[in-house]
Ligand binder design. Structure first.
Ligand SMILES: Nc1nc2c(ncn2[C@@H]2O[C@H](COP(=O)(O)OP(=O)(O)OP(=O)(O)O)[C@@H](O)[C@H]2O)c(=O)[nH]1
Ligand SMILES: [Zn+2]
Length: 352
């Protein structure tokens, strides 16, 4: 099989990553991009081609934290990660379970395509949720409305989507048609990294396959030696598109839940915030409070009741997520303090 190699630039390398490394780092290793995260290690792609690397022990704890799209420095002589570079952006997921832990899903994305369709699945509240998520991750959102070929009133859906957040591009496409999907090209420049989010059935796989092109799909599962020399079939989770961009498609990407914070919500709900600034009381809950300008705006039709309800809901979730994050950090601090104490006690016992 012919091995495809990519230059650092084609892989999405930027000056910001180089600035994090010392001369010693560059002498000790080479940069590589994580294309999949496995229990046994990481699948990476570098100017040397595809490879498998392991994380050294101090970084293993971070394993769950390393995400597809991350940049790592791999040591020259052993296939081991020397360090993980700081990300330009990070999509995180709040786990569905009781403890609502944050998991890293995709790193260093440039664009998040927020997908919905021009039919009954069109859901502005869900779009707002994903817009907030994109801003929280530090990624530029673009709204893509699929099924423009079969949907009625496409222009109406586009207009509604355009009103959700100022300045966010909205593109209506037929995901089954190459010419139509080519509208996404402005965001698929060489070295850019993108991902698609949206509910089941809106056309994420169809769009992904279109932009990847057939050749790349055939090579998406490649047999290779893993770090222990076993043959494995690695399901890649980052694919080059026909135009030289990268698409990250992981199972986690498909089930994202909001992990956003208040500032991002305020950016998406600028109109609500503007009305709120006119409420009589600064700590107005916009819920039956006297002199509430937000509720007045809903009453006289200046603000959509649906939008306010969604704002309240997302705000509750954001506050809960913040609370969980604080608790996680507190637990982490307590653990760190305990570990230090144990080490000190050990040193004292050994008389050092
Ligand atoms: N006519 C038409 N059909 C589309 C379009 N986009 C997607 N479809 C069809 O809709 C169905 C669902 O599309 P998928 O790409 O599998 O949707 P998905 O978002 O990946 O769904 P999950 O994998 O469940 O998350 C498929 O039968 C597609 O062929 C479109 O723009 N026009
Ligand atoms: Zn109010």
């Amino acid at each position: 099989m012919a091995f495809q190699t990519f230059s650092l630039h084609q892989l999405g390398w930027r000056a910001e990553y180089a600035q994090q490394l010392t001369l010693a780092d560059f002498e000790a290793g080479y940069p590589a991009r994580v294309t999949a995260v496995h229990r046994s290690g990481l699948a990476v792609l570098s100017s040397r081609g595809h490879g498998s690397v392991v994380l050294p022990h101090p970084l293993v704890d971070m394993h769950a934290g390393v995400a597809v799209g991350d940049w790592v420095l791999v040591e020259h002589d052993v296939e081991r990660v020397r360090c993980v570079l700081d990300r330009q952006s990070l999509v995180e997921r709040v786990a569905a379970g009781g403890d609502r832990q944050r998991q890293s899903i995709a790193a260093n994305l440039d664009v998040l395509f927020v997908v919905s369709s021009c039919n009954d699945d069109f859901n502005p509240s869900r779009l707002e949720r994903y817009l907030t998520l994109a801003l929280d991750a530090g990624v530029t959102p673009v709204i893509v409305l699929t099924k423009a070929d079969i949907g009625d009133g496409v222009a109406g859906y586009v207009a509604e989507a355009e009103q959700l957040m100022f300045g966010v591009p909205v593109v209506a496409v037929n995901a089954l048609d190459d010419a139509s999907v080519s509208q996404l090209e402005p965001w698929l420049a060489p070295g850019k990294t993108v991902a698609f989010v949206g509910s089941s059935g809106v056309g994420k796989s169809t769009l992904t396959n279109r932009v990847i092109g057939e050749a790349a799909q055939l090579t998406s599962g490649i047999r290779e030696d893993d770090a222990r020399g076993r043959h494995t079939t690695t399901a890649r989770e980052m694919f080059p598109t026909a135009s030289g961009a990268w698409v990250i498609d992981t199972p986690g990407m498909r089930e994202l839940r909001l992990a956003a914070a208040e500032p991002e919500l305020d950016a998406v709900f600028e109109d609500v915030v503007a009305f709120a600034s006119q409420c009589r009381f600064r700590d107005c809950h916009h819920d039956g409070d006297a002199g509430c300008a937000v509720e007045a705006a809903v009453a006289d039709g200046a603000l959509d009741a649906r939008r306010l309800a969604n704002y309240r809901k997302l705000l509750r979730e954001a506050l809960r997520a913040q609370q969980t994050l604080r608790e996680q950090r507190e637990r982490g601090r307590q653990f760190g303090a305990m570990a230090k104490q144990v080490m000190r006690a050990k040193r004292e016992r050994l008389g050092r």
